[in-house]
Design a protein around this ligand. Structure first.
Ligand SMILES: CC(C)=CCC/C(C)=C/CC/C(C)=C/COP(=O)(O)OP(=O)(O)O
Length: 265
C-alpha cells in the first residue's frame, strides 16, 4: 500500500514538474528580463507563523532561493541577485547571526559542487559586499565557490552579503578618486557605474526588483542600479513561500510593458 502511495506521489510530482517546464518554455518565448533581484523578506515571520525556529525560516528561505533561481534560469534570465545579508544584519542577536553564517558557509559549498545547480546551468557565482566582515570559514567558502564557478558563462548569481548600497557606492567613489587622472580629476556617473560591484561582476542592467512580505522599502539594496526602467514589485507572500505562481504575474507584467514599449516605438 505504501509503495503504491509513494508511486502515485512520484507520478503527481513528475506531471507537475513537466507542466511547469512547459509553461516556463512558453513564457520564455516572450520578452524576458535580463536581471532580476530579490529582497528575500519575511523568513522570521514565516517561521513564527509556522511555529518553527527562526533558523528554520532561513533554511526554508534558502530552499526558496534555489527554487526561484531555477525558475529564472529556465526562463533564460541572465542574472539573479539576492539580498542574503545586510551589513546592518550584524546587529541581530549573536545566535541568529551565527546560524546565518553557518547556513551561508554550508550552502555556498553545496551550490558550487559538481552536478549541483550552478554547474548544471553554467552559472557564475559572485558574492557582492564587504566580505572581509564575514567569519574566516565563510570567506574561504566564498573564495572556493567563486573560483569553482568563474568559468561558467551562461548566467550570473549575485549573492549580496554583507551588503548595503551605501557601502557599495562609497567604495565605488573611493576607487574612482584613487584612480582619477590628476590633470582631469572630474568623476562622471559612468565612472562610478563602472566601479560598482554589480558592474565589476558583469551584471546586466536591473530590470525587476522583487521584495516579498508586503513591505514597501528598498532597505539599502541596489539603490544605484534601480534606474528609470527598473520595475519594483512588492509581493505579499513571505519569501520561503514564494514560488512560480507568485512570479508569473510579475513576468507577465514585465512582458506587457515590454510589448507596450515596442508597439509605441
Ligand atoms: C546561501 C545563503 C546565505 C542563503 C540565504 C538564506 C536567506 C533566505 C537569507 C535571508 C536573510 C535575511 C536577513 C532576510 C530578511 O528576512 P528576515 O529574516 O529578517 O525575516 P523578517 O522580515 O520576517 O523579519
Amino acid at each position: 500500500m505504501t509503495a503504491i502511495l509513494r508511486g502515485l506521489a512520484w507520478l503527481r510530482d513528475s506531471i507537475v514538474n513537466q507542466a511547469e517546464r512547459l509553461f516556463l518554455r512558453v513564457l520564455a518565448a516572450g520578452p524576458v528580463p535580463r536581471h532580476v533581484a530579490f529582497v528575500m523578506d519575511g523568513n522570521r515571520r514565516y517561521a513564527r507563523r509556522q511555529q518553527k525556529q527562526v533558523q528554520e525560516g532561513h533554511v526554508d528561505g534558502y530552499v526558496a532561493l534555489r527554487r526561484m533561481l531555477e525558475v529564472c534560469l529556465r526562463l533564460n534570465v541572465q542574472c539573479v541577485s539576492a539580498y542574503a545579508f545586510s551589513i546592518e544584519n550584524f546587529k541581530r542577536s549573536e545566535d541568529e547571526v551565527e546560524a546565518l553564517m553557518k547556513l551561508a558557509e554550508e550552502k555556498l559549498l553545496e551550490l558550487c559542487e559538481h552536478g549541483d545547480i550552478l554547474d548544471e546551468y553554467g552559472v557564475r557565482l559572485n558574492v557582492l559586499g564587504r566580505t572581509s566582515l564575514l567569519p574566516e570559514k565563510v570567506q574561504l567558502a566564498v573564495q572556493k565557490a567563486e573560483s569553482m564557478t568563474r568559468h561558467n558563462t551562461r548566467a550570473i548569481l549575485n549573492l549580496c552579503m554583507p551588503y548595503t548600497s551605501r557601502d557599495e557606492i562609497t567604495t565605488a567613489v573611493e576607487s574612482c578618486v584613487r584612480n582619477a587622472d590628476p590633470s582631469n580629476p572630474q568623476i562622471t556617473e559612468k565612472d562610478i557605474d563602472a566601479q560598482l560591484m554589480t558592474s565589476l561582476g558583469c551584471s546586466p542592467p536591473l530590470d525587476i526588483l522583487v521584495r516579498t512580505s508586503g513591505v514597501k522599502r528598498l532597505s539599502d539594496f541596489l539603490l544605484w542600479q534601480c534606474c528609470e526602467d527598473t520595475q519594483i514589485q512588492i509581493s505579499s507572500t513571505f519569501w520561503p513561500d514564494f514560488g512560480l505562481f507568485d512570479f508569473v504575474p510579475i513576468i507577465l507584467d514585465f512582458q506587457r510593458k515590454a510589448w507596450g514599449r515596442r508597439i509605441s516605438l
